[in-house]
Design a binder for this molecule. Sequence first.
Ligand code: ATP
Ligand code: MG
Length: 216
Amino acid sequence: MITLALSKGRIFDETLPLLAAAGIEVTEDPETSRKLILPTSQPGVRVVLVRASDVPTYVEYGGADLGVTGKDVLIEHGGAGLYQPLDLRIARCHMAVAAPAGFDYARAVRQGSRITVATKYTAIAREFFADKGVHVDLIKLYGSMELAPLTGLADAIVDLVSTGKTLKANHLVEVEHVMDISARLVVNQAALKLKTDGIRRIIDAFAAAVPQAESV
Ligand code: ATP
Ligand code: MG
């Protein structure tokens, strides 16, 4: 049996076409089913539904043989013990620093002021600001980072941005592009050795079906 860990929502939805390319159809809809283990059209392949931030952990410890997870989640997890063969180019967005229009971020950086930054992505934020030589106090949050600058909890946030609508609705302006984000395939290395053929078949089918870069 090969077990694939996915999270509900965009990761699940955007992985379906890749699975289809591998001849694997998920026969149940996770939005209506209460099941956490979903069978597929291939008796030897099943999908487990876990929280987005738990996908690397399931794969690391062999609760799943492979999984699909955002680069953001992967960096925060650390990626230890995970084979990362493919950028799937799905669930694309970017990580950004955003601040209220009234906060002069550039000036604070120039003057070497300490900036208080709220984020769920503390590892990414710590490394980004350390590289820039910006002094920050990080405040770890688990949800709705946009609220932090509006309530005086923080000067700025580090968060995922896709359309920018959420930032705009909360009167925040993007002040730094931190990194592009997309989802990756991660594989348990022991599982790859034990179930090489089955897992290789999935990796190869995914690789062939990855959305191509748009031409420039
Ligand atoms: P949880 O609900 O457990 O806190 P989450 O909010 O990170 O997890 P999703 O919103 O499903 O879960 O996001 C899953 C992944 O999709 C993220 O880790 C990120 O890589 C990517 N992602 C997040 N937001 C967007 C977005 N607006 N557009 C495109 N991709 C996104
Ligand atoms: Mg989310």
